[in-house]
Design a protein around this ligand. Sequence first.
Ligand code: URA
Length: 241
Amino acid sequence: MAEKKERLEKILSNLGYGARKDVGYWVRSGWITVDGKPAKAASQKVLASQVMLEGKPLDHPHGLTLVYHKPLGAVCSRKEDGRLIYADFPERWLGRKPALSSVGRLDKETSGMLVLTDDGALNHQLTSPKHDISKTYAITLAEPLKGHETEKLASGTLMLDADDRPCKAAELEVTGENTANLVLHEGRYHQVRRMFAALGNHVTALERIQIGVLSLDSLGLEAGEYQTFESDKLLQMVVGL
Ligand code: URA
């Protein structure tokens, strides 16, 4: 899509740089250039790609999408108490419109791969059952696996407490006495923990290691680190194109 001209004050406030009224001051102070020339007014209609603030191009002016390695103990929320995932990103990102939001959530005590985006279509594609983008989890269990789990999880008959329909078939790959990887094709509240509770075991550690065919390992992100992507490029990597 061709880039559209917008008012300078709107561009900068929607990217979280500050309030519209601040932009006039920045213009008068000579901090903003448009296509290399000093900006004339906050109301000037410009292309975001031609704007520089204090000599720097604007931060992701055409959308923001990232893959984040969520650390243990961080909460996927903007408001709750405690350590929030947003503390790992530039503060300005919290002021962006449209808002940057996580694609689904990981529990506080789950680590691993989380996508954040302001692209509603990408969010929908990664979560909607129609597109069936699998999520893979590495699991550590309190008790050794008994042997019946793979078949039960694959059967599509496992019922969870308080749910009125069984879980979709899921693939379990046993990696040790009490460790396994599980591939899910849906996302319910605390799903992996509740699935193993229904199988008579208890999850002691949980990490999301892959979304679609894109693994966290392949990105080389340490806990708390993130990498930004064009949203269509990320979708291609997730579906394996
Ligand atoms: N399943 C869970 O139990 N927790 C998560 O965070 C993700 C999947």
